[in-house]
Design a protein around this ligand. Structure first.
Ligand SMILES: O=C(O)[C@H](O)[C@@H](O)[C@H](O)[C@H](O)COP(=O)(O)O
Length: 236
C-alpha cells in the first residue's frame, strides 16, 4: 500500500461524483491554458464505461471548444454507429452542449482492416493532434490500458520507443473487436497523462501494477513506471 502513488500523483476522491467534478475542472483548465498559450489544444480520450460521467460534465464547461481537437487513445474497429465505437461514445457523451463545437479526429476507416490503417492513422494524428497536450487513460481489470493488452503479440512493437508511429493495430487475445491503439511512445509523449480508475478491484490492479516491472503482463505498468513523465491518477 505504501508504494501506491509514490511515483505518480495519486488522488483519491470520497465519491465518484466528486471525482467527476474535479477531473472535468482539471481537464478544462489544462485545455484553456494550452489554448491561451498556443491558440489550440489536443485531448486524447479512452473509451469504456468509466469516462461517461466526466465526459458529460466536461461538455458543459465554457471554454473555446472550437480550438479543441479531440482524438482517441484507442478505437474498437467497428462502424461509427456501432454501440461499441469509441467515436460514438465521445460524440454522444462529450461532444454535446458547449463541447459540440470541438473538432474530432477519429481512427476508424470504413471497409479497411486496422493493420492497413496504421500509417494513415499515425500521419493524421501527427498532423492534427500532435504534440498531445493531454491523454486520459482508463485501465481494465487485466491491467490493459488503451488497447495494449497483456501478453499480446504486438506489445513489443507497441513498446518500441524507436518506432515513431503513433498508432498500432492490435487484435486483443480475449476482448472483442480488432483495435487501433496509441503506441506507448505516443502516450508517454503527452504533456499531461491522467489515469482514471474507479472501484476497489481496479485499485488493487493499480497497486500491483505500480510495483511491477513485468510490462508484458501488466501494460499499465509501462505507463505508470516510466521514468520521464508523471502520471496523475484519479481514483474513487
Ligand atoms: O476502448 C477501450 O476499451 C479502452 O480505451 C480501454 O482501455 C478502457 O479504458 C478500459 O478497458 C477500461 O474500460 P471500462 O471503463 O469500461 O472499465
Amino acid at each position: 500500500m505504501e508504494e501506491v502513488g509514490m511515483m505518480n500523483n495519486f488522488k483519491k476522491f470520497p465519491s465518484k461524483e466528486q471525482l467527476t467534478d474535479e477531473l472535468a475542472s482539471h481537464i478544462a483548465l489544462i485545455l484553456q491554458e494550452a489554448i491561451d498559450e498556443k491558440g489550440k489544444t489536443s485531448l486524447l480520450l479512452s473509451g469504456g464505461n468509466t469516462p461517461k460521467e466526466f465526459f458529460k460534465k466536461l461538455s458543459t464547461f465554457d471554454i473555446p471548444w472550437e480550438s479543441v481537437y479531440i482524438g482517441l487513445v484507442d478505437e474498437r474497429w467497428v462502424p461509427k454507429e456501432h454501440k461499441d465505437s469509441n467515436e460514438l461514445l465521445v460524440k454522444e457523451y462529450l461532444m454535446q452542449n458547449n463541447a459540440s463545437k470541438a473538432n474530432f479526429v477519429g481512427m476508424y476507416i470504413n471497409d479497411k482492416e486496422p493493420n492497413e490503417c496504421e500509417i494513415v492513422c499515425s500521419d493524421k494524428y501527427k498532423k492534427m493532434l500532435y504534440p498531445f497536450d493531454l491523454v486520459v487513460l482508463g485501465m481494465g481489470a487485466d491491467s490493459h490500458t488503451a488497447s495494449l493488452f497483456p501478453n499480446n503479440k504486438k506489445l513489443k512493437e507497441a513498446y518500441d520507443l524507436e518506432n515513431n508511429s503513433l498508432c498500432i493495430a492490435i487484435t486483443p487475445n480475449d476482448a472483442p473487436h480488432k483495435r487501433m491503439s496509441l503506441t506507448l511512445g505516443a502516450i508517454l509523449s503527452a504533456k499531461n497523462i491522467i489515469l482514471h480508475i474507479e472501484g476497489k478491484e481496479k485499485l488493487k490492479v493499480y497497486e500491483e501494477a505500480s510495483k511491477s516491472n513485468d510490462i508484458l503482463k501488466n501494460p499499465i505498468s509501462a505507463v505508470l513506471n516510466n521514468t520521464d513523465s508523471e502520471v496523475e491518477v484519479y481514483y474513487a
